[in-house]
Design a protein around this ligand. Structure first.
Ligand SMILES: Cc1cc2nc3c(=O)[nH]c(=O)nc-3n(C[C@H](O)[C@H](O)[C@H](O)COP(=O)(O)O)c2cc1C
Length: 362
């Protein structure tokens, strides 16, 4: 990606997340290498430069990832990228340039950041109102509240978790009602399509889910893939990954006390097969959002604590899951555990508790 910033020409390798200022000579060399060419060809074709200076510049551009070597691993990945991310630059650039490599900042660094950037800046209003327009007040219903509405009301992020186990059945229900196949149906144009509790653009359901099981009754700790086909967990790596959870989530320390942490990825080809417009990139994010909310609501209904996390070390997770980050790429994570304390009183689970206060007493 190239653009001007003030008087400089900036070039970004967004796959490697590296940005450089470049001059016209480098620009010319990059342009010369828009097809596969050798360094010797360049030194012969580009007059007015010494062979040494051209070789030096080429090496420099290569070492910084702005030129790639034919048949290298990086070239293969680029090739794959071109074949699978079938949309114009916008979504590719956004996705890859916003991946995270670095460990999380410390609490101190985060506070410094807020101090610096928010100081003296008033928060934008959190409500919008059309004061001068006529308005209709909506009813605050007083009939008994159905369990679903109580679940909605109770959903909140729970980060204080005991680390204790959740049951096999709760884990099964969470997986089924979030990512499971409720039914499937055949279509003439698009083959078999899935119906899940969350919608998905074109019913493509590009999201795959990997569960890091830390403490679930009857399940050996480890990393699993959730198989939608047969509602099962497929073991990828056995072991204790509690500390790894904290690392993979860029320092979210409570994830080590989660009974299970689920990483959601997107399988690019599933969606690209049908859609070629860059706007469809939004669908990956929206799908992950819907699934996340379903997960949080099911966990709430089961009386469990749950959370979602967007700040993840994408590249590290992809390495851990043996994904190339191009065909399948990390998007979002949700987790569940036993809350350290229940804000709703002990053992008060929506599924089991049908005492229903009026809606307007919350
Ligand atoms: C897209 C998205 C990304 C989020 N990323 C993080 C995150 O990286 N770390 C975190 O602690 N919470 C994260 N959250 C949770 C929010 O901080 C939380 O929902 C918010 O503070 C409101 O609290 P509530 O969920 O209890 O209503 C994320 C939520 C969303 C929707």
């Amino acid at each position: 990606m190239m653009y001007f910033r003030r008087e400089h020409l900036i070039v970004e390798n967004y796959m490697r997340r590296r940005t450089f200022k470049i001059d016209l000579n480098a620009m010319m060399l990059l342009s010369y290498f828009s097809t596969w060419r050798t360094a010797s060809e360049a030194s012969q074709s580009l007059s007015g430069y010494t062979r040494e200076s051209i070789f030096h510049s080429i090496r420099n551009l290569r070492d910084n990832g702005l030129l790639i070597t034919k048949d290298s691993e990086e070239a293969k990945l680029e090739n794959k990228f071109g074949h699978e991310w079938l949309w114009p630059t916008a979504s590719r650039y956004y996705h890859f340039s916003t991946k995270i490599d670095d460990p999380h900042n410390s609490a101190d660094e985060i506070n410094q950041y807020y101090k610096k950037y928010l100081k003296g800046r008033k928060q934008p209003p959190i409500y919008k109102s059309y004061h001068k327009q006529p308005k209709i007040n909506l009813s605050k219903e007083s009939r008994p509240e159905a369990p679903f509405f109580r679940t909605l009301r109770r959903r909140h992020s729970t980060r204080e978790l005991s680390g204790n186990a959740i049951s096999f059945n709760d884990l099964s229900r969470l997986a089924f009602f979030t990512w499971g196949r409720i039914s499937s149906y055949k279509t003439r144009e698009f083959g078999e399509l899935l119906h899940k509790t969350s919608p998905s653009a074109g019913a493509r359901h590009p999201i795959e889910t990997y569960g890091i099981i830390n403490n679930v009754e009857g399940i050996e700790p480890g990393i699993y893939h959730y198989s939608v086909r047969d509602h099962s967990l497929e073991l990828l790596k056995a072991g204790d990954f509690r500390e790894r959870c904290e690392v993979l989530t860029a320092g979210h320390s409570w994830t080590r006390n989660a009974s299970a942490l689920f990483i959601m990825t997107a399988v690019i080809a599933r969606t690209a097969w049908k859609y070629r417009v860059p706007r469809v990139y939004r669908a990956f994010l929206l799908d992950a959002g819907h699934l996340s909310q379903s997960f949080l609501l099911v966990a709430t209904a089961l009386g469990l604590g749950a959370f979602c996390i967007g700040i993840l070390r994408d590249n590290l997770i992809e390495k851990e899951l043996n994904l190339d980050g191009v065909s399948e790429t990390v998007l979002f994570a949700v987790g569940v555990g036993q809350p350290l304390r229940s804000p709703h009183g002990p053992n008060e689970s929506i599924l089991h508790d049908h005492a229903q206060p009026p809606l307007n007493q919350g």
